[in-house]
Design a binder for this molecule. Sequence first.
Ligand SMILES: N[C@@H](CCC(=O)N[C@@H](CS)C(=O)NCC(=O)O)C(=O)O
Length: 217
Amino acid sequence: MTKSCLTALRWVPPPFQGQVRDLAVRWALEETGASYEVRLVGPEDQDTPAYRAWQPFGKVPAYEDDECRLFESGAIVLHIAESTALMPKDRADRAQVNAWLIAALNSVDPNILALGDIDHFAAAEPWARQRRPDIERMLKTRLADVASHLSGRDYLVNQFSAADIMMITVLRGLRHTSLLSGFPALLAYRNRCETRPAFQRSLAAQLDTFARHAPAA
Ligand SMILES: N[C@@H](CCC(=O)N[C@@H](CS)C(=O)NCC(=O)O)C(=O)O
């Protein structure tokens, strides 16, 4: 693959720094050793017809390489992972990677996003105080299920894979809470994945962008 390109935001408020979804794409690229460039975008780009033709919802990340243009971090990570060590050679294992990557986005993330919406944007609203315990309860059930699957395993499938990149990226949405501390297997898993040099490089790059584009105080 020749040099690829992804989009990222110039700046987001501190609670969201280190969680923006370009992180997963940067991480996958860092793991594979591919060279890539990051195109920074802001509101002035996100609503243009050209950007919407690339990312229909006007979000980040969008991605392109010499084969295709893509949106949705999960789809991009799967595309980058193809024919690399991020995707097992065994067909049954590959199917498991797909399943766990989709589980991260479709079975775990919705409650994390709902909790984040309440905590970051509506914490004082009466409806939010009423709804939060239910969301937390449903989320804890999902976290327990993932922890149970990880029992005796280092990674979601037999080797570190695209699925772990997506699951860890999703779990980062809980950093403002102590929810993971109730699940030692998840804490150990997160630590195992987040100490990988490729993760550290991708996180540092995202945070560095935000530091360089911080609004003047
Ligand atoms: N499901 C999408 C989510 C994309 C998304 O919502 N990106 C957010 C950052 S995490 C964004 O671009 N926010 C900027 C905005 O809404 O203007 C993916 O995983 O790629």
